[in-house]
Ligand binder design. Structure first.
Ligand code: ARE
Ligand code: CA
Length: 587
């Protein structure tokens, strides 16, 4: 066995407390190397006659990616602590792997350092609000969703949808518009809205905040916002706001004071200034978001800044009863700030959801003390590259998804924010080259995957658009110009997701990933059911044999409602280009 590939580390995605009594243990090995793995485990203090009392428990292979296999076992240690190692076998070798290294057989003296999970302390367990895992998000860019009140339109507002979006134009979208169109969201089946920033700012996207305590007047006022939250709640919709705490805007009074008073400004420690005079051109001589001089980075280590921003976090939860915060550029703000932020907002409302915007591996933020979830861009890349762009094949896709699933604990995966696109990327239909059948298939995957899917406003009715700012067009409200067929497709999938907990279940088992036909088959299970998804990601009709192992059982085709009883374990299926089947059987 290739020792160099074998990896484990306690207290992260390889060993974590799933709940107050359950530990999840994973091990990585070289792909197709070990044939069986078992966990050697016992209580760290259970010694008799100088030797440690242990048991073994078989681990199961929970997935593989390009290079590695992953093994998994769930265990409930009686005293909430565990001392453990691994026994790996194949035809040639038996290896025992511990924190101290490799042995030929199970060492049983006190010189052998096994791994330990010292204690399951309740307060350290990663725990996201329970409502999150059943939530279906819808992302709204408020300037472009609907103009419900022309009286608050900013000067120079253009006629709705009259031209393409630019970095600086305005179309007058506002809260009243959202209130007027809640029915559209309820009809689709969404249960949470993520609003990009709504606080007073200069630009159309509002990521350059002027006042974190005020609603931008182009969207309405605090009273309108209150009505909006209430209308959402009445319709079973949660509300999440965007917290832009990494940087302020150029017109943030504290930054203006710095520009005016320079070294004498009492706000000079609010930012990361490097020299005086502070200049914005040709490049800012202070830290900023990227090199955007209009977005000076806030010094979140300064107690005054901290107090101010933590109060912002508390204020909108306390006074307006919002349900979540999405944290902009979350990975560039210090961890300590986020730990305090979590405490501050959860003290006001225990089940408020905290979602970090991080495009990369985010384990350091998902240990239970900072975020409840991150925007799952690694999922996005895998799904988009396979279904929309055709840049990877079925096996590569399976590998990426397995890798994504093993990058985090299961309780983290259950609430991951799984998006296909956003206000920062081209629209998904555009990425699909306007091929709606491809997009429909991609939705089957997204909406049958664990975690919480997010639909970017307008995608559901077939809107298109390139990268920022092209992806920020005005919502199309003329039903004749909307793609109602796409809407119905998503609506039906969301309905199935709501009715069948296999869709949200945190397991996915790829039983076929065929690089010739480019079709995949995966199954998902809950306590009572197994659902089989067969997806033809190709522009050809295909005839495939599916190993269902459901001979003689009653199978329901969830898409058509038809019932059938296969008379063999392998069934033949015909799939049209980009066609799919969803079969369900009682276990
Ligand atoms: C504007 C123009 C752009 C131009 C940019 C730079 O519209 O065309 O390229 O300026 O001059 C907001 C606005 C944007 C605006 C930007 C700057 O929405 O329209 O762009 O402010 O004024 C990284 C960060 C991630 C960040 C993205 C954009 O890690 O946090 O870049 N996303 C958030 C928001 C944005 C917002 C800001 C941050 C700033 O969601 O909407 O922009 O508040 C890779 C990297 C990622 C990288 C990602 C995208 O995969 O790994 O780290 O994300 O690409 O670039
Ligand atoms: Ca308006």
């Amino acid at each position: 066995m290739l020792k160099e590939a074998i990896y484990h580390r306690p207290k992260n995605n390889y060993a974590y407390a799933y709940d107050e009594s359950t530990l999840h243990i994973r091990l990585r090995t070289k792909k197709d190397d070990a044939e069986s793995v078992s966990l050697i485990h016992g209580d760290p203090y259970d010694w008799g006659d100088g030797s440690w009392n242990y048991d073994t428990k078989q681990m199961s292979k929970s997935g593989s990616d390009e290079l590695f296999d992953y093994w998994f076992v769930e265990i409930e240690p009686k005293f909430r602590r565990l001392r453990y190692g691994f026994e790996l076998k194949n035809k040639k070798d038996v290896l025992v792997y511990t924190e101290k290294g490799f042995y030929k057989s199970i060492p049983n003296d006190d010189t052998a350092y096994f791994f330990t999970f010292p204690f399951i302390n309740k307060i350290d367990i990663f725990e996201a609000p329970s409502w999150v895992k059943d939530t279906v998000w819808y992302q709204i860019f408020p300037e472009r969703f609907a103009n419900g009140d022309t009286k608050n339109d900013p000067p120079g507002t253009l006629e709705w949808g009259s031209t393409d979006p630019t970095p600086t134009n305005f179309f007058g979208g506002d809260f009243e518009g959202v209130i007027q169109h809640i029915d559209h969201l309820v009809d689709l089946g969404i249960t949470g809205i993520y609003f990009t920033p709504i606080f007073k700012a200069y630009s159309n996207h509002k990521y350059d905040t002027i006042d974190y305590m005020e609603i931008d007047p182009q969207f309405g006022d605090k009273e309108t916002f209150k009505r909006l939250v209430e209308a959402c709640h009445k319709n079973g919709i949660k509300v999440m706001l965007d917290a832009v705490f990494n940087h302020s805007g150029y017109y943030f009074p504290q930054f203006q004071d710095v520009l005016e008073n320079q070294e004498k400004s009492k706000f000079k420690d609010w930012f990361h200034l490097k020299e005086f005079p502070v200049v914005t051109e040709p490049k800012p001589n202070y830290d900023a978001f990227a090199f955007v001089s209009a977005m000076p980075k806030l010094n979140t280590e300064n107690p005054e800044v901290k107090d101010y921003l933590l109060e912002v976090g508390r204020y909108w939860v306390r006074e307006f009863n919002i349900d979540g915060w999405r944290l902009d550029v979350a990975n560039e703000v210090d961890h300590q700030f986020w730990r305090e932020f979590r405490k501050a907002v959860k003290e006001i409302k225990q089940d408020v959801y905290i979602l970090g915007e991080i495009w990369h591996d985010s384990m350091p933020w998902l240990q239970g003390d900072q975020f409840d979830a991150v925007m799952n861009y690694p999922f996005t890349t895998g799904a988009v590259n396979f279904f929309a762009k055709d840049t990877i094949n079925a096996v590569e896709f399976k590998n990426i998804i397995s890798n994504v699933m093993h990058s985090y604990p299961n309780n983290v995966n259950e609430v991951a924010f799984n998006l296909l696109d956003s206000h920062d990327t081209p629209r998904i239909l555009t990425i699909c080259n306007d091929n709606k059948e491809k997009l429909k298939l991609l939705y089957v995957f997204q909406l049958s995957f664990t975690g919480t899917p997010c639909i970017y406003y307008g995608d559901e009715i077939g809107m298109t658009g390139g990268p920022d700012p092209g992806c920020r067009k005005c919502m199309e409200w003329n039903t004749d110009a909307q793609d109602r067929d796409l809407f119905e497709h998503i609506k039906k999938l969301l309905q199935l997701r709501k009715e069948n907990s296999t869709f949200t279940a945190n397991d996915i088992n790829f039983i076929v990933s065929d690089t010739t036909t480019n079709h995949i088959v995966y199954t998902k299970k809950d306590r009572d059911h197994e659902t089989i998804f067969i997806l033809n990601n190709s522009d050809k009709d295909i005839e495939v044999e599916v190993p269902l192992y459901m001979k003689g059982k009653n199978v329901i085709d969830l898409w058509t409602g038809e019932l059938f009883t296969p008379n063999s374990d392998v069934i033949k299926q015909h799939l049209s280009p980009y066609g799919f089947k969803i079969f369900q059987v009682a276990k």
